[in-house]
Design a protein around this ligand. Structure first.
Ligand code: AMP
Length: 591
């Protein structure tokens, strides 16, 4: 591959005609239909039934309506590739409800605690209106207006204006859309299934095009018209990350990867994907920041745009796009880890913790905790999507890049064919300040969003569990003003998301972290007990906990309890779907 061969078309928009079909779909595009279908989808737990309902509905829509409906059902107000958001908080939505229903805020809040979802509250309290004239396009225009408007007061006016045109059922789904989740048990995958069904295509093909475009709406329209081959990679939207499975021991490594395999250090930072390319002046809504004509975007493992949090990495990353020769530019997507780094030394993760969640870090903080981006994979280069290429080939391309050391580095990839040699390498990696090792299959493709056996992680010897907080309790002593004691849970299994509590911890976090978490838990309380001392909270905050040992216990539903648990860190980078399972707890109990 040459870095001189520029994919000139790779940033252009696919040919998607989103004009309204002549004469058809007007009524089917009614927002009332969308809300009814959403109700039906929410009423069944069967994935096949969900995608059949969607497929049938999609069939009835014009291209423009199809694009909107596919996005909305996948949980996006705007295409994933766009930076735009409506940025309407829960407080604004509650105020809008208050203004329309004239019901007191406290009463609405009590309802929210009872029902757990603002959309459901809306359906219960909204004034009856038999008919509305809202259609999907009206809703889309209103959402654009809300995104464009600055200031929560003016946003509120637009939200109220939109809601006043809606029936209770429509309002329920408008509120859900604005809160960012329809909560009808639908994942993007089911929408992809439905599009595949509509277009009589394999779902893998739809997933591929959706990954290229970062817009499920445009994907649906291309699919319907049999134009999927026109889709070209669009940068500046996150591609789902490939994940690793834990290796039990070295015997398992030998069993899964007989022959030669690659070994990299397992860096203890936060996962990040970097998109780098010459800025397209016509595309101002893209994610990221433009530096000297080069756009750079960083995405987290939770697929959020975290570019502004790492201003110190942007110029060094932009430098990569300049290529090696005069006037040459390169487009890249890199997968890697942001780690705290000073001189030649990787610093402990706790250092990086100080920078996490800071959207606009101060100069002082930037100087105090310098970071580096350690690249370990290359997913795209100059019009070529590399994710279907084998690991060795992606590595070869990565090795050729002129990395802007010290801020941008490459993970060292070594070849091993004897797993027993990994013991010494593990210790060496720990000495270098890293968490352990990653073992990768040489011929493996990059599988977005999948946790397979092609990447194996060999972690620290001390057992830790990633858990999610299910309840927060008022602490004692100087923490009596905060929700500082946390009950936490693991998942029942990889396929069963039921949460089972396994313990309660109150030590390990700094006062600042406790203060921030306490505020978050106050705002995301589902139910209160014991005169407000115990809050059942939305299970969103992931913690890494360590403990003395796992013991059998009747106290928790899981049947286990952690003895002397201690919080190691907050895992803002990890979504609750990826926490540990009961199986891991069981295994730890046996050791
Ligand atoms: P865990 O967070 O324990 O599930 O481990 C998976 C994480 O390890 C990934 O999401 C990355 O953030 C991190 N990681 C560190 N070094 C590497 C590496 N060399 N290759 C892949 N992932 C890595």
């Amino acid at each position: 591959m040459t870095s001189g061969d520029l994919g000139a078309n790779s940033l252009t928009t696919p040919v998607v005609k989103v004009g309204v079909d002549s004469g058809t779909g007007a009524q089917m595009g009614a927002f009332r239909r969308f809300a009814q279908v959403a109700e039906q989808v929410g009423a069944t737990t069967k994935r096949l039934a969900k995608s059949a309902l969607l497929g049938h509905y999609f069939n009835s829509l014009s291209d423009e309506q199809l694009a909107y409906a596919a996005r909305y059902f996948a949980g996006y107000v705007f295409p994933l590739k766009e930076q735009r958001t409506t940025k309407v908080g829960g407080a604004t939505l509650l105020s809008a409800l208050m203004l329309i229903t004239k019901i007191e805020l406290e009463t609405l809040k009590t309802q929210l605690v009872k029902l757990g979802d603002l959309g459901d509250v809306t359906a219960a309290v909204f004034p009856d209106r038999a008919l509305s004239s809202l259609d999907l396009t009206d809703v889309a225009i209103a959402l654009e207006q809300i995104a464009k408007t600055k200031g929560s007061k003016r946003k509120l006016e637009w939200v109220v204006k939109l809601l006043k045109r809606a029936t209770p059922l429509e309002a329920k789904y408008l509120i859900k859309l604005l809160s960012g989740d329809l909560r009808i048990g639908l994942k993007e995958g089911a929408v992809e299934d439905a599009i595949a069904r509509l277009a009589k295509q394999k779902v893998e093909r739809i997933q591929w095009v959706n990954m290229l475009l970062g817009d499920i709406g445009a994907t649906a329209v291309l699919a319907r018209h049999g134009q999927l081959e026109q889709a070209q990679m669009q940068l500046f939207h996150p591609i789902k990350f490939m994940l690793a499975s834990p290796a039990e021991d070295l015997v398992e490594v030998s069993r899964l990867l007989p022959g030669e395999f690659a070994v990299e250090d397992k860096y203890d930072g936060i996962r990040a994907q970097a998109h780098i390319a010459p800025a397209d002046p016509a595309n101002k809504s893209a994610h990221g920041i433009v530096i000297d004509g080069i756009r750079v975007a960083l995405f987290s493992r939770t697929l959020d745009d975290i570019t502004t949090s790492f201003p110190d990495l942007l110029a060094p990353l932009a430098a990569l796009a300049r290529g090696t020769e005069e006037g040459e530019t390169t487009e890249l997507i890199l997968d890697g880890e942001i780690v705290p780094f000073r001189g030649e030394q990787i610093l402990p993760f706790q250092e990086l913790q100080k920078r996490l969640g800071r959207k606009a870090p101060t100069e002082k903080l930037l100087a105090e905790v310098p970071v580096a981006f350690v690249a370990y994979d290359l997913l795209y280069q100059n019009g070529m999507v590399l994710i279907e290429e084998p690991y060795v080939q992606r590595q070869a391309a990565l090795t050729m890049l002129p990395l802007a050391i010290p801020r941008v580095r490459r993970a060292v990839s070594q070849r091993f064919s004897d797993a027993t040699a990994l013991d010494a390498e593990f210790l060496a990696a720990r000495d270098r300040g890293n968490e352990g090792l990653m073992v990768k299959a040489l011929n493996s493709t990059y599988k977005p969003g999948r946790r397979g056996k092609d990447w194996l992680k060999i972690k620290r010897a001390i057992a830790t569990l990633d858990v999610v907080v299910t309840a927060a309790e008022v602490g004692t002593g100087k923490r009596s003003r905060f929700l500082s004691d946390y009950t936490f849970a693991v998942r029942a299994s990889e396929t069963d998301p039921t949460l089972l509590n396994v313990g309660k911890a109150y030590s390990g976090l700094t006062d600042l972290e406790v203060t921030e978490l306490s505020t978050w838990f106050q705002a995301h309380t589902v139910q209160e007990f014991a005169h407000g001392k115990v809050h059942v909270v939305e299970p969103q905050i992931v913690l890494e906990v360590t403990f003395d040992r796992v013991q059998l216990s009747k106290r928790h539903k899981s049947g286990y309890a952690l003895r002397f648990p201690r919080i190691v860190r907050i895992r803002h980078d990890k979504p609750p779907e990826e926490i540990d399972t009961l199986e891991t707890v069981r295994r730890l109990a046996e050791t």
